[in-house]
Design a protein around this ligand. Structure first.
Ligand code: ADP
Length: 480
């Protein structure tokens, strides 16, 4: 289905191909076959992209919100028209099952639609003055050139979740997608080109992350960095942004707990735990990383969960029967293996899975459930980002909450219960930016997604999402 195997960068409205320079191979993680290549862009390419975004900024910001939203609406429609093709490409470069890729494209498109609408509702404020001869008001204005750095786990949705609000606010963008999955991002640039977005309003560069990152950080013309990725790189970016005081929004790692209370609907809890843990092969930042189940229902819950895991079909995402695909790369496989071995050594029981799967050449690890886990195990303390779930049992709810909160991360947490009061109690006590009650899919364009603690700050989605790209100007007028 690929029209081309050589993809370019998008700088100043032009496609920049590798020519004689080095390339980055894009590999299908399901088979390890090379599927395409993109240029290894240089620091100069990044500078050109920033310059282009800078020149495009004023005219773009001067358009009416309605004019800007017109482009976003058209991009939304075009994206949906091509969703099958885009989903197939996403699966090829990222590995997730086709049905998940299709859902991701629809999710990605939903941000274009939401911010096409929300851009028209960026209201200012009038402020009652304490002095008779003064009139005061505050107006939101676009911050300027935005650098967006996106991860490989959602190659399409993380791009639109950042770009759509930035454009709607009146900002221009330089995007650096993850080197493993640049193709879905490039397809989004093609959509923006097709809808006639003015030259320079969006730019895309591929290349060495540290080298490109340094140019973005050092540029005084880049006013804001919006990043989704590891906590480690997030901290680097925040440090680097200090030299010229850029605004930073960070959506970083997670270590989500999922609590199953004694009164929970156990079929629902097992089904949703499965979906939350094994979606994208466990590689989403809000994937359940620890299950806390009440001692009295542990055996029944585990039986239901393990039975469901047994039915998961592992394999290439392009096969429509596949439920769970490969991990993204070798280091991901090593980390998962290490977490399982460490837990096993320290006394965990492997109820199902527990080892690599000999698939068609890719990085596969069997979906795994561990019980008898203890708090000294790596898996209870670090983000696994793979298809393994440790199950920890508790007697007292407050103890479970306390262990669930005992982490530097604070992105998402889930609780399963039919007791309304307990649901409210737990959701208020959990120190996380997002809490799902009987719901493991809280992400949606109209709501504010984002973490606390070392999971980052800043919100994506909702009316809050556009505010990341605005700054407030206060105007005071003296009248006669
Ligand atoms: P992961 O470990 O899951 O790949 P990363 O945080 O390394 O997560 O990657 C997320 C994004 O950050 C990717 O686009 C990657 O290229 C980019 N990135 C990695 N290191 C740097 C860096 N030093 N400066 C800027 N961007 C970086």
């Amino acid at each position: 289905m690929l029209v081309d195997t050589k993809y370019g960068m998008f700088i100043d409205g032009e496609w920049v191909h590798a020519g004689n320079r080095a390339v980055i191979d894009v590999v299908n993680p399901a088979t390890l076959e090379k599927i395409a290549e993109v240029p290894l862009g240089s620091a100069d390419d990044a500078k050109m992209a920033i310059q282009s975004a800078k020149e495009a900024f004023e005219p773009w910001a001067d358009l009416t919100a309605r004019e800007r939203s017109g482009y976003l609406y058209r991009a939304y429609e075009l994206m949906l028209q091509q969703k099958e093709k885009l989903a197939e490409l996403l699966t090829l470069e990222q590995g997730k099952p086709l049905k998940e890729a299709l859902a991701e494209i629809e999710f990605a498109a939903s941000f274009l639609l939401w911010y096409a609408e929300e851009g028209n509702r960026v209201y200012g404020e009038t402020i009652p003055s304490s002095k008779k001869n003064k009139r005061l008001w505050a107006i939101p204005q676009p911050i300027g050139v935005v650098a967006a750095i996106t991860p490989w786990n959602f190659p399409s949705a993380m791009v639109t979740r950042k770009i759509a609000p930035a454009l709607a606010a009146g900002c221009t963008v330089v995007l650096k997608p993850a080197e493993q999955t640049p193709l879905s991002a490039i397809e989004i640039m093609k959509i923006f080109e097709e809808v006639g977005l003015p030259r320079g309003v969006v730019n895309l560069i591929t290349g060495n992350p540290a080298e490109i990152g340094e140019v973005l950080l050092n540029s005084k013309d880049v006013k804001s960095i919006t990043f989704t990725g590891s906590t480690e790189v997030g901290k680097l970016l925040m440090k680097g942004s200090a030299s010229n005081l850029k605004k930073v929004s960070l959506e970083l790692g997670g270590h989500a707990p999922l609590l199953v209370l004694e009164d929970a609907d156990l079929d629902l809890a097992a089904e949703q735990a499965l979906a939350s843990k094994f979606r994208n092969c466990g590689q989403t930042c809000i994937c359940t990383n620890r299950i806390f189940v009440h001692e009295n229902i542990k055996e029944v819950f585990l039986e239901k969960l393990v039975n469901k895991v047994r039915n998961l079909k592992m394999g290439e995402g392009l096969n429509v029967k596949t439920d769970i695909g490969p991990l993204i790369n070798e280091s991901a496989l090593k980390k998962v293996t290490d977490h399982v071995n460490d837990a096993h050594r320290k006394g965990a029981e492997i109820l199902i899975g527990g080892k690599e799967w000999d698939g068609p050449g890719g990085y596969y690890f069997e979906p795994t459930v561990l019980s008898n886990v203890t708090r000294d195990m790596k898996i209870m303390n670090e983000e696994t980002f793979g298809p393994v779930v440790p199950v920890y049992s508790f007697e007292k709810l407050d103890d479970a909450i306390s262990v669930a909160n005992d982490t530097d991360y604070g992105l998402a947490a889930f609780v399963f219960t039919n007791d309304f009061n307990k649901a409210i109690y737990v959701s208020e006590k959990l120190q996380y930016g997002i809490v799902g009650i009987n719901d493991v899919f809280p992400g949606t364009a109209e709501a504010p997604f984002g973490g606390i603690k070392e999971s980052g700050f800043g919100k994506e989605g909702g009316h809050q999402g556009i505010k990341e790209f605005l700054e407030w100007k206060y105007i005071s007028a003296a009248v006669k």
